[in-house]
Design a protein around this ligand. Structure first.
Ligand SMILES: *[C@@H]1O[C@H](CO)[C@@H](O)[C@H](O)[C@H]1NC(C)=O
Ligand SMILES: *[C@@H]1O[C@H](CO)[C@@H](O)[C@H](O)[C@H]1NC(C)=O
Length: 484
């Protein structure tokens, strides 16, 4: 070729290409946070053992049984601590970060390279040898909403429906009718799912593994398919009495910690009845000082934690019992009366209970007399005190837990119920004494309590004409209810 310019052009083009290639390679190889493409996953199944106790386990037997049946499985033991005494030769996935290690060491993505994962509880054997393959086929053939296949590990599984409501901090299990998809199972199970789905869960391996996965699955609308044909043989571990006892203690503590982390405060429908997490007389109220009548949980789209509602009901019923025993005339006030009119209970986002009393009746009640001078803890642990914010009384659930009932003393003046100090809330107004003559009773919070007569009229006066039918948050100027 007799064209020096052509040579230069060809050389320049080649150089450009090389530069471009280098540039794109450089871009791709840079860690780009969320955008970095996840590595391709190979066919096969990684077995993850998370449910075991380091002090008494059958990991060597499990390893042996699974690898004998399927030699190319990879078995990962997921644990915050090493099994003790140590079992050499197991693959350990440390799940708690450690300050000297790179963060990738604790990422599931860097440890799991197969498309499928099986979560297997300790004590399980792989028999028949093709059971995991069966589960994989069931997952492949299932409708796309099914993201988890469960097979019994020991007993036969029961299929359950799981309803998780973050707004009411509640997970509720119910038995499903035949033909419905399950959202959870009861009984020890092997769970098989796609690795990518597991990576998508913010709490992939928190204990208890099964219910934690089901709760997250329920929030994503994932179904669970139960493999009916076969179950894995399993010897529950630990097997010794001491080991069992230790494991049960740890189970309870871990379950409570995980449910709190998931923002679940009440689990219903499992054996043993309702399970409450948090909010006792010994724990602090689970929300801070309320500003602008709008508690912090409302901004997060949640209503009052159910344990707080329960504590409020208990405190109210205690106060009512004491007032009735001393013949103090009292009635439901404000938001509590509104809740009674709407659904015979506290408004589900309310944070306290309001009661009106006759000022002159205070002397009839030893607890109120005691509270006038300061504060008094009664024999049931409730705290009676004069409120610091104004001329009213407050009864707290306990000395530690400040959930409370407020008691507002009114007196009649020319047939009108009035007070010397007001909260400034629009509903806090004078009203005719005729609403209290006579008092009536209304069902409320699981009991029957006293209330103004003609309460619907009184509520219209206090809250406006449509307040009963059209619920609104306490301070719509700050936060409006989102009606969907
Ligand atoms: C796991 O099982 C395989 C197959 O039985 C065996 O060769 C290996 O030594 C076992 N590893 C451990 C740590 O038990
Ligand atoms: C699930 O919970 C919601 C809200 O608490 C309720 O409205 C719904 O009826 C529940 N569904 C089932 C099947 O329990």
């Amino acid at each position: 070729m007799r064209c020096p310019l052509c040579h230069v052009l060809i050389a320049a083009t080649l150089l450009c290409n090389v530069l471009l290639l280098y540039y794109t390679w450089h871009l791709n190889s840079r860690p780009a946070g969320r955008q970095s493409p996840s590595p391709t996953l190979s066919p096969g199944i990684t077995v993850i053992v998370r449910e075991f106790r380091t002090f008494e386990h059958g990991l060597a037997d499990l390893n042996h049984s699974f690898l004998r049946a399927r030699p190319n499985l990879r078995i990962l033991i997921a644990s915050e601590a090493l099994p003790y005494p140590p079992v050499p030769g197991l693959n350990i996935l440390r799940i708690h970060p450690s300050p000297e290690q790179p963060v990738s060491a604790f990422r599931l993505e860097s440890q799991i390279h197969t498309r499928l994962v099986a979560l297997v509880p300790d004590g399980t054997s792989l028999n028949p040898p093709d059971l995991l393959d069966k589960m994989a086929r069931a997952l492949r053939d299932a409708p796309s909403a099914v993201r988890i296949v469960a097979a019994g590990a020991g007993p036969v599984l029961q299929c359950l429906h799981l309803n998780v409501s973050l707004r009411t901090w509640t997970a509720e299990y119910t038995v499903v009718s035949a033909g419905e998809t399950c959202g959870a199972v009861s009984g020890s199970a092997v769970l098989l799912m796609r690795s990518r789905d597991l990576f998508d869960l913010p709490f992939p391996l928190a204990r208890p593994v099964q219910s934690t996965i089901f709760i997250q699955a329920a929030l994503r609308g994932w179904g669970v398919k139960v493999l009916k044909e076969a179950t894995f043989p399993r010897t529950p571990l630990p097997a010794t009495d001491h080991g069992k006892w230790k494991a049960e203690q740890a189970d309870r503590a871990e379950e409570a910690a995980t449910m709190r982390a998931l923002n679940i405060r009440l689990v219903r429908g499992l054996e043993g009845g309702d399970r409450w997490y948090g909010c006792s007389k010994e724990t602090q109220r689970c929300f801070g000082t309320v500003v602008g009548e709008t508690p912090e949980y409302l901004y997060e789209g949640r209503w009052t934690p159910p344990c707080c509602l329960r504590a409020l009901r208990i405190t109210l019923l205690h106060v009512v019992k004491v007032l009735e025993a001393s013949n103090v005339r009292y009635w439901l006030e404000g938001g509590s009366l509104l809740g009674a009119a709407r659904h015979k209970d506290l408004i589900p986002w309310d944070y306290d209970v309001d009661i009106g009393i006759y000022l002159e009746d205070i002397t009839l009640c030893p607890e109120l007399r005691g509270a006038q001078g300061g504060s008094l803890v009664d024999s049931d642990g409730f705290v009676w005190e004069r409120a610091v914010e104004g001329d009213f009384f407050r009864v707290q659930y306990s000395q530690t837990n400040h959930l409370h009932v407020d008691l507002w003393p009114f007196y009649p003046r020319d047939g009108v119920m009035t007070r010397d100090s007001w909260t400034g809330h629009p509903q806090d107004i004078e009203f005719s004494e005729s609403f209290l003559q006579p008092l009536q009773t209304l069902p409320f919070a699981g009991a029957v309590v006293q209330a103004p007569n003609n309460h619907v009229e009184l509520l219209k006066l206090k809250f406006g004409d449509r307040a009963i039918e059209e619920p609104q948050y306490p301070n719509p100027a700050l936060l409006k209810m989102n009606r969907r």
